[in-house]
Design a protein around this ligand. Sequence first.
Ligand code: T5A
Length: 210
Amino acid sequence: MSNKARFITLEGSEGAGKTTALNTVKNQLEQWQVPYIVTREPGGEETAELIRDILLQSKHLEPITELLLMFAARHEHVKKVIEPGLKQGTWVISDRFVDASFAYQGFGRGLDLDFIQHLEQLTVDKNQPDLTLWLDVAPEVGLKRASMRSEKDRIEQENHDFFKRIRDGYRHRQAQYPQRIKTIDANRSVQAVQEQISSLMQSYDHWVNP
Ligand code: T5A
């Protein structure tokens, strides 16, 4: 069995079903009997979780403040959780990572993509995911699902066009990194989504059984 720990991220806009998808990924890692941790962004580390509260609960934030806080939280998360975890052979699954900043702050808020890429180089460096599952959902489907849950946070209160731009942002990232970012049709039933993810994960069996 290969010892190399892998970094897997889940992406998608609101109500895409990442929490549900996470369980399918975890099942596969358990079958493979690899050690893993589950984490999230923004957050996943003590200071980063404090920054998450500011990000999601503040009444208003300037777009650049939002971007810088996302990357400040990410740097703490990378340095204190992701990088050390991978180094010691623990697989890492993160609910969102840097693609979200390109989609939300880049496409959603209209901030400069080159500047975001510069922040990425500075804070993420070589700690890029091996595999990203992009749960692609139409904004009207995702927002309807999300509305059935608890109170909306600051970002969830944005309008329909904002979430359309986010979907465009993820499309753009997927076209840029087709080897890493795999699209899951998340408009379908929970079971259909789980089947797509299981089948995709099984196609990476060579990671553990070379
Ligand atoms: N953000 C984050 C940025 O702007 N920039 C960044 O760089 C980063 C990292 C995080 C917010 O921060 C933003 C993005 C977010 O707005 P969060 O609370 O972590 O906030 O929110 P989300 O990550 O968006 O998580 P959600 O809980 O909203 O979405 P999920 O996890 O995709 O949805 P999930 O699994 O909870 O499902 C939602 C509901 O739909 C149902 C579920 O049962 C649940 O009720 N559902 C389905 N129903 C029917 N069919 C299916 N296939 C279903 N799948 C799930």
